[in-house]
Design a protein around this ligand. Structure first.
Ligand code: HEM
Length: 126
């Protein structure tokens, strides 16, 4: 473990596992988000988001080994992501971040990134 990385400073894989599992528990019950997911099983989508975030914050590069370059805007192009979808995603993520118990200043840094990333994923203005 390298505590200079955000990844290790917040608790490594276990923390990202909790965060993303909590997020997908919200997605499963969300009437805006759930219909967007093409697969009945949310497990594979959960794995992809967890591996992406682990990689982004300085953990193992498994996401890119499995999926290649993230190209997240391109990968989201098939889904309409307007203000309603963005807000639903951030609502679910807010709960996940709060309940994962990540201490400051990491929590704010993570949240600011997620808000920026959700904004940048928009591809519709209605
Ligand atoms: C994939 C929705 C924002 C990261 C997906 C998928 C959907 C989706 C429907 C396909 C599910 C699947 O992987 O099978 C949304 C919506 C967003 C949003 C509605 C609202 C703004 C974000 C943000 C991030 C992100 C902000 C990163 C910080 C990912 C990743 C994948 C993914 C890594 C899997 C890409 C792949 O390797 O195929 N998203 N997303 N998403 N999303 Fe999002």
């Amino acid at each position: 473990a390298d505590p200079r990385t955000f990844y290790d400073a917040v608790g490594g894989e276990e923390t990202f596992r909790k965060l993303v599992a909590r997020f997908y528990a919200e997605v499963a019950d969300d009437e805006v988000l759930r219909p967007l997911y093409p697969e009945e099983d949310l497990g594979p989508a959960e794995d992809r988001l967890r591996l992406f975030l682990m990689q982004y914050w300085g953990g193992p590069q498994t996401y890119s080994e499995q999926r290649g370059h993230p190209r997240l805007r391109m990968r989201h192009a098939p889904f309409k992501i307007g203000p309603i979808e963005r807000d639903a995603w951030l609502r679910a993520m807010r709960i996940a971040v709060d309940e994962t118990g990540i201490p400051e200043p990491y929590r704010t840094k993570l949240w600011d990134y997620l808000e920026m990333a959700a904004q940048s994923m928009m591809n519709s203005w209605v």
